[in-house]
Design a protein around this ligand. Sequence first.
Ligand SMILES: *[C@@H]1O[C@H](CO)[C@@H](O)[C@H](O)[C@H]1NC(C)=O
Length: 517
Amino acid sequence: MWKPLVFILTSFTVHMSEAYRILLISQTLSKSHAILAEGLIKHLTDAGHEITYIQTIPPEKPLPRVTVVDISGILPRRDDFFHTKSIFEKRLNSLNLMTGFMPDILQRSRLIIEHPNIQKLIADNNQHFDVVISEFMFNTIHAGFAGLYNCPLIWFSPSNLNWMVFDLIDEATNPAYSVDAVSSSTLPLTFRERVAELGLHIIKRIVVMLWTTIVDNAVYEKNFAPLIRERRNIAPSFESLAYNGSLVLSNSHPSMSGAVRAPQNFISIGGFHIDRNVKPLTEDLQKLMDDAKHGVIYFSLGSNLKSKHLPNEIKRDLLSMFGKLKQTVVWKFEEDLPERPTNVHTVPWAPQQSILAHNNCILFITHGGLLSITETIHFGVPIIGIPAFYDQYANVQRAVNMGYAKKVDLSYAMTQDLEFAIQDMLADSKYTTRAKELSEIYHDRTVPPEKELVHWVEHVIKTRGAPHLRSPAFIMPWYQKFYLDLAFVALVLIFILKKTLLITIGIKKTIGKQKKT
Ligand SMILES: *[C@@H]1O[C@H](CO)[C@@H](O)[C@H](O)[C@H]1NC(C)=O
């Protein structure tokens, strides 16, 4: 009788002693970023940890072991910006986005930290955390939390590989062989592309430098530094905190992003947000997909871009084009769509992972967001990408280069292009073969990404910041890396040698002269 009781008691205490307190900060007003943050939360709370979650889009229902600090409303929603109509009118490249969002971006650090709920949190002197995990969206202000709670800092990078992430823990990668997060160039780079990457790198480096040294530093000095002094008498400089991250958790994997030169505290966990147990489809979708003899084409433009806002003539053209296909089309369409051909089914909200997991799903038409790309590789489905903004062009171009995708431009001529692309992809099995191949690479890991995530977060806490993982290249001053000190010594030596040589020659000459006389 007592044995199970002891077991329960010991497992309870073991459990308790391993429960850590984690502060998680997600700052981007976008559904896909919230999905990633909730993925982190799920695995960390399942492992028994407690999370305080700072978020602009709070979870729909309360999550166990999670305290939400709601900072929604700090930035205006930019739905107008993401409106399908505005995308048709002006194709939004990353430059439009930069200029469009610059005012928000420059204010974001200050707006977040000065939010009353954050001010309340940081003013509470009894609050403590074992680790801070901050989403890295190109500002480093949240390093201030690690300074305040005197605990290690982990960066979570939601974007594709980019030099700014490596800059936090190692050397920024060389633009000659690594492209920017939003660049659609692929390796090996041509001369022109290499110059363009270098230019982009230099401009962004200047922006980041100004941001960190001026904007974030001021926010830190005003909000964090006084509180840190209250707790520990002295406050470290902002720079020493911002570049003191223990680890980067990166939402990437070589099967999707290609290989990378990375230090040991760079951990790829791409795919961690995908549930191992695929949720069952609704009854009618299940039946529809089971019965699709010729397969299902799934069409979704993601959560920002709404299909219902497509221009009317395009909706009409798409419907008649889909109607000609033998395949069943499942289209994520946010309202009722009248006059649909019998093989076209719309769903206001799509259980995307469950649809992609179905054996009959043969093709995915997508906007090419990073989460959709990850899910398509996870389930091994080829894609047609219709990128609309930001990293989507780059994501789709990478998929095309990797051989499991075709790209179609978002334009008034897109129906025709899409029809050709669908025909090509259905006629040639190489796209599916390639998707399955990459899926195999993606799944063939020593441990699944969610286990990796939990392991490394706990490792950082247990080893007080994992100093043994830090890159030696990061710690070393740049002049030593380039042997400028050696160059200096060599110059001095040459100078001395020259001088002594001249002197000896001078002495010899005078001796010679003396002998002659
Ligand atoms: C940097 O991180 C380590 C490990 O987390 C910590 O011991 C150290 O105090 C931190 N340095 C600063 C300046 O906060």
